[in-house]
Design a binder for this molecule. Structure first.
Ligand SMILES: NC(=O)c1ccc[n+]([C@@H]2O[C@H](COP(=O)([O-])OP(=O)(O)OC[C@H]3O[C@@H](n4cnc5c(N)ncnc54)[C@H](OP(=O)(O)O)[C@@H]3O)[C@@H](O)[C@H]2O)c1
Length: 279
């Protein structure tokens, strides 16, 4: 499995399983367990998803050595800057997952107050230094959020996880992250189903058929070949396998360019600058 080396030397599997809207309880447990049996070694969860304890239990029950699995979680709230509440949320995340350490902890959404992001970051740094997290990063950070954060960090973020798919290819943000040696992860690779509709679907199908592949596999390969971590979600075994096999696909440079050309700048998830969580 392809891995990317983060700026602190930690290896992150380039492909993983997303678990947003994977129902807590049996569904999350079974989905993660069957993905691990299939060969997945990277699971993306978040405090907000409510399924951390199921993810952790599936990992423990899989009997796969802990160090072979990479787990990401995310802290969503800034708790109005109350450090003790931030620490409580992080401790509870560690307890729910119950897998020793967390490989990567992210600030789920930026606050529009840079000082608030700075404060949460300083708490993540202390958990990193205590070896509770192997890597720390951010999510949904625009260039301006990161530029402000980078002015005062002790430890540079290792990752920024953002919406990225053929309709929003994030070329400018990706360039900025590469320049700062911050790994980009794509979320929502299927653009809330829009890649399976209309002209986008026709164009992707045309490319897919040349490789005997599916549209989802072409998108996964496109992201991986741009050196972006891909974490598609599915609760269906056949789709988990289909997506997993997307890692093997090698696209030509011209097909990657064709997919880049499908960009419409269309954001389908929340705009990080207008997030009702904080406004
Ligand atoms: N940091 C953030 O703010 C943030 C925001 C959103 C998501 N994320 C992360 O990124 C992950 C991926 O994003 P996402 O879950 O929103 O969307 P996604 O992975 O783009 O799409 C998931 C949807 O596509 C379907 N699907 C999966 N594989 C398919 C295939 N091979 N063919 C056809 N349909 C397929 C799934 O249905 P079934 O499950 O029914 O198969 C589900 O409806 C999340 O799970 C989460 O871990 C992070």
């Amino acid at each position: 499995m392809k891995q990317f080396k983060l700026n602190n030397g930690v290896l992150m599997p380039a492909f993983g399983l997303g678990t947003f809207r994977v129902e807590p309880g049996e569904s999350a447990y079974e989905t993660v367990l069957s993905a691990l049996k299939m060969g997945y070694r990277h699971i993306d969860t978040a405090i907000m998803y409510g399924n951390e304890s199921d993810v952790g239990k599936a990992i423990r029950d899989s009997l796969i050595p802990r160090e072979e699995i990479f787990v990401t979680s995310k802290i969503a709230k800034h708790y109005l800057g109350d450090k003790s509440l931030i620490m409580k949320a992080l401790d509870e995340s560690l307890e729910r997952l119950n897998i020793g350490y967390i490989d990567l902890m992210l600030i789920h959404w930026p606050n529009q107050d840079d000082a608030m992001n700075q404060l949460v970051w300083s708490v993540l740094e202390s958990y990193y230094e205590a070896k509770k997290f192997r890597a720390i990063g951010v999510s949904n950070f625009q260039k301006h959020h990161l530029t402000a954060l980078l002015k005062n960090v002790k430890i540079k973020p290792q990752v920024n996880q953002v919406e990225c798919h053929p309709l929003l290819n994030q070329t400018a943000l990706h360039k900025f992250l590469v320049e700062h040696d911050i790994q980009m992860t794509s979320y929502g690779p299927f653009a809330k189903g829009k890649v399976f509709e209309g002209q986008t679907f026709e164009a992707l199908t045309e490319i897919a058929k040349d490789y005997g592949a599916t549209v989802s596999q072409v998108i996964i390969a496109w992201g991986l070949m741009r050196n972006i971590v891909m974490i598609p979600k599915s609760v269906h075994e056949e789709r988990l396998l289909e997506n997993f096999k997307g890692q093997e696909l090698v696209l030509s440079a011209s097909d990657i360019e064709k997919i880049n050309g499908l960009n419409r700048g269309s954001r389908l998830y929340t705009d990080p600058d207008n997030n009702t969580i904080y406004l």
